[in-house]
Design a binder for this molecule. Sequence first.
Ligand SMILES: [Zn+2]
Length: 277
Amino acid sequence: MDWAYILGSVIVMTVLGLSVGNFATSLTYRLPRGLKIANDPPYCDSCRKYLETRDMFPFFSWVINRARCRFCGEPVPALYAFVELGCALWFNVTWFAFWPDAVDAYLLSLSLGVFVITLISLHVAEKRLFAVIVVLIAGLGGVWRALFDFGIMNAVISAYLGLMAGVVVWLIRSAIARAKQPFPTYAILLAVCALCAGRGQLVPLLALSMLATLALWLVGRKSASVRGSEGIIGMCLALLWLMLFPGFGKTLPSECSKVLCEENKGCQLVTVTDCHR
Ligand SMILES: [Zn+2]
């Protein structure tokens, strides 16, 4: 890889990631309010003025306008800038992890990650999960696992085990509180994360989730926006990390058969060790 390729990739992926991140922030704002996702030009929430072109550059406008609306001076939440930066980072990381050897894995991990980041930002803003995002992640996660496991059973069993792990935590918490707690949203998200990660990555998923949650709890204690979302963000971060090593979750042997054709010998079935290259 030469430097021009790396630099060009970083610039293109950052621009694309910031733009998609901008769409994710728009989802964060509009979905809970029941507003139209498209068709409506972006405007300031406080003064209702439509934004001009110079206000619409993701992240950069936020920095140049010093995190405030240029018209009324109301603060623009830092969450939006974080989401845009997060998407830009994800675009870069997946590009260098999968392109050009596994284009399908690249496209899937890209869209999965964007929805996982949207789920985080929606939970930070609204403190609840949105069914449409959860269903999208579960659907994409199913395709993602099918791509690596050559079947769907691994994902289904993994999701079931993840759900059961969530239920056990729920029962323990109910026992400690000596009163039945409402069924927790983290159990549902854990099932979806487990579905995406696969059975082979279930233990790392649980361990990483707990570590990330603990770290967020320690660091984010004073931040009102992080409080109450630590477990959800922790789980999502663990999933994003594991998504960069998807083969690790495979339950089938890493060998598979491929038809290999040579000019003079004809075609034959051979065993290859890396099925995705
Ligand atoms: Zn304003």
